[in-house]
Design a protein around this ligand. Structure first.
Ligand SMILES: Cc1cc2nc3c(=O)[nH]c(=O)nc-3n(C[C@H](O)[C@H](O)[C@H](O)COP(=O)(O)OP(=O)(O)OC[C@H]3O[C@@H](n4cnc5c(N)ncnc54)[C@H](O)[C@@H]3O)c2cc1C
Length: 443
């Protein structure tokens, strides 16, 4: 019996963020009601409410580990759903800033599935947890706040639902946050960085000559290059291919333009694979003008018992593949807090503040890595931060060391997968060599 076991939690949004939050709340709250305005599919099908799901989604290692802690066995469920096992450093070749990174075994594998398949597995697992109900076609119109405490939600049909804790996992464009601020219940700063990234994605059947090839290829340009591209194997021996660009360039809008765009990458790996491959999906585009974060952890005003999750808090350049992992890490942190409170008998007082402090650190790690990488490109608008030159020198030093030394290459993969934070370099066994090289580069 925990302090929250008789209580009700409501989660607005049944996408990766909401489902991860529900996994953290299940068993720790008596009832967990997950509401989504979308019609939720039975299986691994694209849906309107998570339109970005058509595009390539990598689940970073740290995200997989967090989900595994919350939902033991889910990694195997991903494999059972057809995920391809990709050994990081070996099975995904990375063309980074002008050259192929040398092969290495980073010491861990990741799953590779389509985003709708990740969501379908998660939805099935979370929906089966005790006390959890997932209700589709339930549009949350507003969060109810009384005397500075969030006490529930109101649906657009006027139904009011009471809760002891509310999670807003309605994504970056959900209407609730704006309404909350408009009604005077919240005051916080929102930070935008204009990244101007555009994606085009399609799924292909592998031609006979590539059947069974389980390799991914990533192309990340050095500026002034803008064309980036990813091809990875997913379930059913298919490829998902996302190609993109930055700035005002128009992304390819049909399969022929996609093939032409593939030719602009530094080598023909992607083009060779898709030049005669059978198209299995629509060709979908997505433009992401800004990386955006709501700095709620510094809010002048914020209701108690309301936790913003996933993209509702922070949404970065998708190229770095961090969004789902950040949501999963936030959920893991929340579960830990609730367990510690259950043990100490602390109840829910101050939970929001404790959660927001952790979420600021988790999302901040992803934000710093991605925004600092974005600032390298001239298409990213906005004033570079005061420490930009140092950040850039550190990133360049790490890239060079990773080219030359396998231990730095592994360290870099671990950071990119959010398994280690940047402090691992500063404080870990590579620190002396790293700072010596950094000093040398700046001399
Ligand atoms: C092109 C692209 C590629 C990406 N690639 C990656 C990647 O490789 N790896 C990765 O980790 N991340 C990637 N991301 C980011 C990832 O998609 C998001 O970070 C992640 O989906 C966030 O999950 P979320 O649950 O917070 O929000 P969302 O996925 O946006 O879900 C919000 C949910 O809330 C529901 N909702 C909205 N409003 C309401 C309401 N009023 N009432 C009820 N329900 C509501 C919606 O229907 C939806 O289900 C990518 C994003 C884009 C755009």
């Amino acid at each position: 019996m925990t302090a929250t076991s008789g209580k009700t939690a409501i989660v607005a949004g049944a996408s990766i963020g909401g489902l991860s939050a529900a996994a953290a709340l299940a068993g720790r709250f008596g009832d967990v009601l997950v509401l989504d305005r979308d019609t939720l599919p039975e299986g691994a099908t694209w849906r309107m409410g998570a339109g970005q799901g058509a595009h390539l989604h990598q689940l970073l290692k740290a995200g997989e580990q967090a989900l595994e802690k919350l939902l033991p066995g889910i990694t195997q469920d991903f494999y059972d759903a057809g995920a391809v096992d990709l050994r990081v450093g070996r099975d995904v070749k990375v063309f980074d800033f002008g050259g192929w990174m040398d092969e290495c075994d980073a010491g861990f594998s990741v799953t590779s599935l389509s985003r709708p398949a990740y969501e379908a597995v998660l939805r099935k697992r979370v929906g089966a947890l005790p006390g959890v109900t997932i209700r589709q076609e339930s549009d949350v119109a507003r969060l109810i706040v009384e005397n500075g405490v969030c006490t529930g939600v109101e649906l657009s049909n006027g139904t009011k639902l009471a809760a002891d804790l509310v999670v807003d996992a309605s994504g970056m464009n959900g209407p609730m946050m704006a309404k909350l601020a408009e009604d005077g219940h919240a005051a916080f700063e929102t930070e935008h960085v204009k990244i101007n990234v555009a994606y085009t994605t399609a799924r292909f059947r592998k031609p006979e000559r590539y059947r069974g090839e389980q390799m991914g290829y990533f192309f990340l340009p050095a500026p002034p290059g803008k064309a980036f591209g990813f091809i990875v194997p997913i379930e059913n021996d298919e490829w998902i291919i996302s190609l993109g660009t930055r700035g005002a360039d128009v992304p390819p809008r049909d399969v022929e333009a996609l093939r032409q765009h593939a030719m602009k990458l530094p080598d023909q790996t992607v083009y060779d694979r898709i030049k005669d491959a059978e198209l299995l999906s629509e060709v979908k585009t997505f433009r992401k003008p800004t990386a955006t974060r709501r700095k709620i952890w510094e809010a002048a005003k914020w209701p108690d018992n309301l936790l913003p999750f996933g993209d509702a808090l922070s949404s970065v350049n998708p190229t770095y593949g961090q969004g789902m992992t950040v949501a999963a890490l936030e959920a893991e942190a929340l579960a830990g807090m609730l367990d510690a409170r259950a043990e100490s008998g602390a109840g829910m007082s101050g939970l929001g503040k404790e959660y927001l402090t952790a979420a600021a650190e988790i999302s901040g790690r992803a934000w710093n890595l991605s925004v600092n990488s974005d600032y390298v490109y001239p298409e990213t608008e906005g004033e570079r931060p005061a420490n930009y030159a140092m950040n850039r020198a550190m990133a360049a030093t790490l890239r060079k060391l990773a080219d030359e030394h396998i231990d730095f290459r592994i360290a870099r993969y671990r950071m990119v997968h959010l398994v280690d934070s940047a402090t691992a370099l500063r404080d870990g066994p590579l620190a002396v060599r790293f700072f010596t090289a950094l000093q040398g580069s700046m001399a």
